[in-house]
Design a protein around this ligand. Sequence first.
Ligand code: S3P
Length: 436
Amino acid sequence: MAVDYFAVRPGNPLRGASRVPGDKSISHRAVMFGALAQGATHIRDWLPAGDTEASLAAMRALGVPVDRLSATELIVRGGELRQPDAPLNLVNAGTGIRLLAGIMVGQPFPSVLDGSEQLRRRPMKRIIEPLTEMGANIHGIDHKAPLTIEPARLHGIHYTLPVASAQVKSAILLAGLFAIGETVVTEPGPGRDHTERMLAAMGVDLTVDGAVVTLRPGQPLRPMDFTVPGDFSSAAFLIVAALLIPGSDITLTNISLNPTRTGLLAVLREMGADIAVEETGLQAGDPVGTIRVRHSALHAVAVGGDVVVRMIDEFPIFMVAALAAEGKTTVRDAEELRVKETDRLRVMTAELTRMGARIQEYDDGFSLDGPQTLRGAHVDGHDDHRLSMSLVVAGLTADGDTRVDDARCASDSFPGYAETLVALGAEVAVRKPDDG
Ligand code: S3P
């Protein structure tokens, strides 16, 4: 099938101010939690992207009325879910299917959760096991989607996450809302905490003590007004592009600075990046602020341990930054990258190799010696939004033009990616194969 592509021409510095679309993690949660609350939840600056639209469609299929005031403004009229007529299709959204599974196991009707071929390949044992331990009736052949769920009585559990996954933590906590007794989840590292912040704001009896989250069910969720902050994970592409392209100086406003998400900032600063951050307020439970980035010479660092989960979605773009840094970059403890939308270690290494990069892949990370000069090439985004967008940034730093096949998938999390880069001065266009 012919896919549209990004045509990327390097050279121009990025300059000026920009915003990015709403946070994906918070947008998924806002529609799902709003559906569970008794009354109208008003959501502003919601992310209208492939992944989050799939969650919204699923809530509608569950009988939840949603007023769409604009692409980014919604009113979710929560209170009661009803049995859907057909399997719920979460398309490519791992967050969508895993969080929704936590909700559906607590409902008095059966359901089936499914998605794209890509989603059907992703591991679901990590949620099936703890939910089953809670008494849930949830099955998938080979522990993969489609997931078949039957009604069951749930009880709270004490569970230590074997992998640092906010999706698994959230699925268990959501099931805990429908269980008898308290649910206690212990995390191996500081994973993203939007579920905790948002449920607590909606009146759920939930406490966090270091790595231990305790939820006591019983209180109805209060409807909320949420203004979704800009997604740091989307800002990351612009941050790295500005750091790498000489002459760049950009300011990004209204970005979530939730510390469980900003590991990349800490690592880039350690590499010598000129990044100034100013906190300006609080939105949907997250600190938000302005990030100013100026072109900087970077030096290599070693990345591993606790920071990995705080930058888990940023490794594709970090790999591009590392190629520009002086010295040997090493990443370890990042084996989770192999079970994202793609095996991001393998695919990112392969695509950057087409641009002339030399990268040593490990089971749980990679190493490379920099700086390396990339050459423009014809590369592929593999239906993985973060890969496709990272390759665009690689193209902006390369010698010669680059074509990144699969521009569409960028809008799974960042609608308007090319337009945002163009507004900052970059030469990026979305083309169809017949445009030549
Ligand atoms: C997410 C959690 C992370 C992250 C994903 C969004 C969430 O996944 O990679 O993009 O919203 O909870 P894991 O829980 O699999 O680490």
